[in-house]
Each structure stands twice: as C-alpha cells, then as structure tokens.
Design a protein around this ligand. Structure first.
Ligand code: FDA
Length: 307
C-alpha cells in the first residue's frame, strides 16, 4: 500500500531534504550502500570477490538536470574503471550505469548520454570487464535499448536490464535472447501507469517466469536479478531443462539483501553477483528499497523510534 507513496517521494526534492537531514537515516542507508567514497567501494569489492562473490558497481546518482553533472558522472565511472583495472578483478567486477545520470533526460539527451557513457564502456573493456545499462522508468526504455545497440556494435558484451512489470518486456526478451547478449531480468522498481505495466504483483511474477523461460532457452547470458526464492528455484529448474551449466547464467542480488542466500548460492557452485551502490546521492535508490519491502521500511521506522 505504501509502495506507491514512497516511490512518489523518491522523486520529491522536499522529502529528499527531510529524509537526508534526519540523523538516524545514515546508519540505515549504510545497510544498503557500500559507502560514500570510491576507496570504501573498492574495499567492498575486495571483500566480496575474496569470498567468491562477483560484483557490479553503481556510482549512485540519477536524473541529472545539468550537462556538467553528467560529465561528473562520466568522470566518477572513469575513476572507478581505473581502480578496477589496478585491482585486476577482470569480469568479477563490472559496472552498472543509469543513463539518466549521464544526461539522458536533458534536451538532446539521447546523444549526450551515448557520448558520455561510451568512454566508460571503453575503459571497462580495457580493464577486462564490462558495463550493464540499468533500466529506469518506461519513458527511457526505447532510448536505453537504442544506446545498448550502438554500444554493442563495438562492445558486444555490454549488458541490458529488462523489467518484467512492463507489458513490452517479453518481446524485448525475444529480441535480446541472441548469442553474445547479456541480459539482467528484474521485476521493476519504478511507479508505472496501468497503460504500460502490470499493477498486480502476481502478474509481475508470472511475467517474470515467462521472460525467464525466453532468456534461459535463448543463446545469450541471462542474469537473474531477484531475491525471490521462487525465481531462484525456477531458474535452476530451467537451467536443468535447457542444459545450461552453472557458468552459463548468473544470479544477482543487491548489496545488504539476503546475504546468507548469496553465500549459499556461491557455496553450491553458482555464479552470484552483488550489485554494490556507493556515493553520496543515495536518496532515490534508498527510497526504492524502502518501497519494495515493508520489512525495510519497518527497519527504518524502528531506528527512528529507538532514538
Ligand atoms: P520481491 O520484492 O518481489 O520479493 C519476492 C520475495 O523475495 C519476497 O517474498 C521474499 O521472499 C524475498 N525477498 C525480497 N526482498 C527481500 C529481503 N530484503 N530480505 C529477505 N527476502 C527478500 N529495478 C529496475 O527497475 N531497474 C534496474 O536496473 C534494476 N536493477 C537491479 C539489479 C539487481 C542486481 C537487483 C537484484 C534488482 C534490481 N532492480 C532493478 C530492482 C528490482 O526491479 C526489484 O525491485 C527488486 O529486486 C525486488 O524484487 P525481487 O524480485 O527481488 O523480490
């Protein structure tokens, strides 16, 4: 019930100021965010990869309204690529980007985002790794998939995200299930209208399973971005049915969520990649995590109450 309210709040500047200033917010944010600075993120990468997990790093930020901010995003990712290159993590540490942080919503934003993200994808390739384009609200999907197609011309390993709550996504999965493609399947984290997206959670789950079947039956590399035990079990059944070995797909979960399950999957021979956000602009990301799960919100409210 509260989910849509929190998702609307995720885009409100007033509420952003209020939540960011609350003294109790920081420790709760720390549960989901690896730190504000690159060296803290690097420490987390070393820790997780040391325990057999893989990572994808997200420099927090989205919806930039000024071309100079978009350049700052590019530069932050170039610094990250440099650290990953020096660490020699190879494909165990990749990067996730939100194109709205690279200027996608500015006038002429499609070309601006492409121009800003291309050097990051080049730097990732030079570091022996790759980039996955996160998916944001439905108005950005066509532009993001077109940028993906451009980038894949030179860097075929560039990854995409598809969201099962959107009606269009089964079709997108078919188009993206070919050889060499890397696709992260998620349920979707934004507030979307009924004209474009399933509103009922059970429908979103059913659509997730249909998309999963398309990707697992295809020739690409599926990345299962979900904490849902049912989706993990169905993935394993489908891997068996379609003869995929454990290194021919991977599970992905968010930093700080179901850590014991992340370790269990690695211990049982699966590839498990943790999505690690870091940086100062954590507000939108944090609010989407609260909206997803009443228990996350309860945790936040409990810390307010016990102060
Ligand atoms: P869902 O919220 O449907 O919950 C299903 C079940 O999973 C629960 O009943 C419970 O059993 C278990 N579970 C879920 N959360 C739990 C928790 N905190 N603790 C214990 N159990 C829990 N979205 C997007 O729109 N664009 C994107 O680019 C991405 N990127 C992305 C990357 C990665 C690696 C992940 C894991 C997720 C995303 N998402 C995303 C977010 C995604 O769309 C979705 O909002 C969340 O993953 C929540 O959906 P789930 O499938 O995890 O479970």
């Amino acid at each position: 019930m509260l989910g849509p309210v929190l998702l609307a709040a995720a885009r409100s500047d007033g509420i952003r100021r209020l939540v960011s200033a609350a003294p109790v917010t920081r420790p709760v944010v720390d549960r989901f965010v690896a730190g504000e600075h690159l060296d803290q993120a690097a420490r987390t990468v070393r820790d997780l990869t040391g325990r057999g997990l893989e990572v994808t790093l997200d420099h927090l930020g989205e919806d930039v309204t000024d071309p100079s901010e978009a350049l700052r995003t590019r530069d932050a990712y170039l610094a990250l690529a440099e650290v990953l290159s020096q660490g020699g993590f190879g494909e165990r540490a990749e990067m996730s980007v939100k194109l709205s942080a690279f200027g996608q919503a500015l006038p002429g934003g499609h070309d601006i985002a492409l121009a800003n993200v291309r050097p990051v994808v080049e730097a990732a390739a030079a570091a022996g790794t790759t980039v996955t384009l996160d998916m944001e609200d439905h108005t950005t999907v066509d532009s993001t998939l077109a940028i993906l197609a451009e980038l894949r011309g030179d860097f075929p390993q560039t990854g995409a995200v598809v969201q099962s709550y959107l009606f269009r996504t089964e079709e997108d999965c078919r188009a993206l299930a070919g050889e060499g493609s890397r696709v992260r399947l998620v349920k979707g984290a934004y507030k979307e209208p009924a004209e474009v997206a399933h509103q009922d959670k059970r429908e979103v789950d059913r659509a997730y399973v249909r998309c999963l079947k398309i990707l697992m039956a295809g020739q690409g590399y599926p990345m299962i971005g979900s904490h849902d035990p049912r989706m993990v079990a169905i993935t394993q059944e489908l891997a068996h049915r379609f003869g995929r070995k454990p290194d021919e797909y991977e599970f992905q979960m968010l930093y700080g969520i179901r850590e014991a399950e992340q370790e269990r999957l690695v211990a049982t021979g699966n590839r498990m990649r943790v999505y690690v956000p870091y940086g100062t602009d954590w507000y939108g990301y944090f609010m989407r995590r609260l909206a997803e799960r009443p228990a996350n919100l309860a945790f936040f409210l409990r810390s307010l109450a016990t102060r």
